[in-house]
Design a protein around this ligand. Structure first.
Ligand code: PMP
Ligand code: GLU
Length: 419
């Protein structure tokens, strides 16, 4: 299976070297492959997609329909309408304790777009960006497309997928322009405590040229009831980093709105210099999100707790279930997830074995491929999440408890039968 969607060759039409060597998103590719197999009648259980299985709340859909009917169909300000930027700034101030105003907010086409733009705005060729890995697989291409150099700071499973301040210090240099932190983390499901984040923040603060990019897209999905679990915390609220943090968030995960493509960056530092730079860049690229979505996004933000609260409880139960079920697979090593909706077991004890269908398992990729072919369970191989992630697979538990039981049951049966 070509998880990265294939290499773009060209015959008569030129394709830039920059894009020729670009790998497509493996998470999206696995999700698409599972959907296609299901459409073809195969009984695939999908642990690929990083998207909630909940529907977008009715009140958000209604707000969008009403906004459309009211004729909000013309161009809107690139960084978002004043109402929406104010709603986001209000939430970031009251909920995340980040001192900011509407002028520091840029609304983007999903948090992915925000991350991409931030890298374009922070990174010059040769600049280094420290990424704590395992990390969401889109950070590397975003940094590299900006000409930057990725410096991985590995958080191995034996360390609970977390780094200490000393490791971050060792990864940083005078060429470091940014550090990306993502707590709760995709793909490990791990959350840092406020004290741990404050420790990392002190290291970043001691490097005057470094900006913290804090990707908090999973902030509403934390499970303090799990071992090692804590609530969310925004390092941009720390006075020493207020001037040098860009916080990313959006409605995809917390409001089950992945297909709406609504995210944002909040960058209060330097009088909103990065927010202004992002706005200039965005004005030459996508302009803003669809105008009639802006009132619906305001409504979603206003009523966020009543949706994400109950959803969080369901995900916490699933996290417990997944942790228990994975614990029962003797050849897996796993850290129980305490945030987001991912588990990231190390499957390397399966390497060197042959599957019931006769396939040699020698990597996370061959594991995932054989599992899909032979047991119809879709997972994402760890390779693109960082060097330290190569022996892992990612399971997204954004599906029903029945599917989790059935899917992990199939994995267990199959892994037990490897010989
Ligand atoms: N950050 C992380 C860590 C993610 O997992 C994702 C994927 N949903 C995003 C950002 C982007 O989310 P979206 O573009 O759907 O808002
Ligand atoms: N971020 C989600 C994931 O990791 C959605 C897919 C993507 O945008 O990468 O599965």
């Amino acid at each position: 299976m070509e998880y990265w969607g294939g290499t773009l060759g060209y015959r008569s039409m030129k394709c830039s070297a920059r894009v020729r060597s670009l790998r497509g998103s493996a998470t999206l590719a696995v999700t698409a492959r599972a959907k296609a197999l299901r459409a073809a009648g195969r009984d695939v259980i999908g642990f690929g997609a990083g998207e909630p299985d909940f529907d977008t709340p009715g009140f958000v859909k209604t707000a969008a329909s009403e906004s459309l009917a009211a004729g909000h169909t013309k161009y809107a300000p690139t960084p978002g309408s004043p109402d929406l930027r104010t709603a986001i700034a209000d939430r970031m101030r009251t909920h995340n304790r980040i001192e900011c105003g509407p002028e520091h907010v840029v609304v983007t086409v999903g948090a992915k777009h925000a991350a991409f733009e931030v890298m374009q705005c922070l990174v010059d060729p040769g600049d280094e960006v420290v990424v704590v890995t395992p990390a969401w697989l889109s950070y590397r291409p975003m940094i590299e497309l900006a000409g930057g150099v990725v410096v991985e700071c590995p958080a191995a499973i034996r360390d609970g997928f977390k780094i200490e301040p000393a490791a971050l210090e060792a990864a940083m240099s005078d060429r470091t322009v940014a550090v990306i932190l993502n707590s709760p983390c995709n793909p490990t499901g791990v959350c840092y405590t406020p004290d741990e984040l404050a420790g990392l923040a002190r290291v970043i603060a001691s490097h005057p040229t470094a900006t913290l990019v804090s990707d908090e897209i999973y902030e509403d999905l934390t499970y303090p009831e799990m071992a090692g679990g804590v609530g969310p915390f925004s390092p941009g609220s720390l006075p020493e980093l207020r001037e040098r943090t860009v916080t990313l968030n959006g409605l995809s995960k917390s409001m089950a709105m992945t297909g709406w493509r609504i995210g944002w960056a909040v960058a209060p530092g330097d009088d909103g210099a990065i927010a202004k730079a992002m706005t200039r860049l965005q004005s030459q690229m996508t302009s803003g999100i669809a105008t009639f979505l802006m009132p619906a996004a305001c409504e979603a933000i206003r009523r966020q707790p009543e949706t994400s609260g109950p959803m969080r409880i369901v995900f916490a139960e699933r996290a417990r279930l997944v942790a228990d079920l994975l614990d029962g697979i003797a050849r897996f090593d796993t850290v129980p997830p305490s945030g987001a909706f991912y588990a990231f077991p190390d499957v390397s004890r399966c390497f060197g074995l042959t599957s019931p269908g006769g396939r040699m398992i020698d990597s996370a990729g061959s594991f995932a491929e054989a599992l899909l072919e032979e047991k119809e369970v879709a997972v994402v191989p760890g390779d693109d999440f960082g060097d330290v992630a190569r022996n892992h697979i990612r399971l997204s538990f954004a599906c029903s408890e029945d599917q989790i039981r059935a899917g992990v049951g199939r994995i267990r049966e199959w892994v037990d039968a490897l010989a």
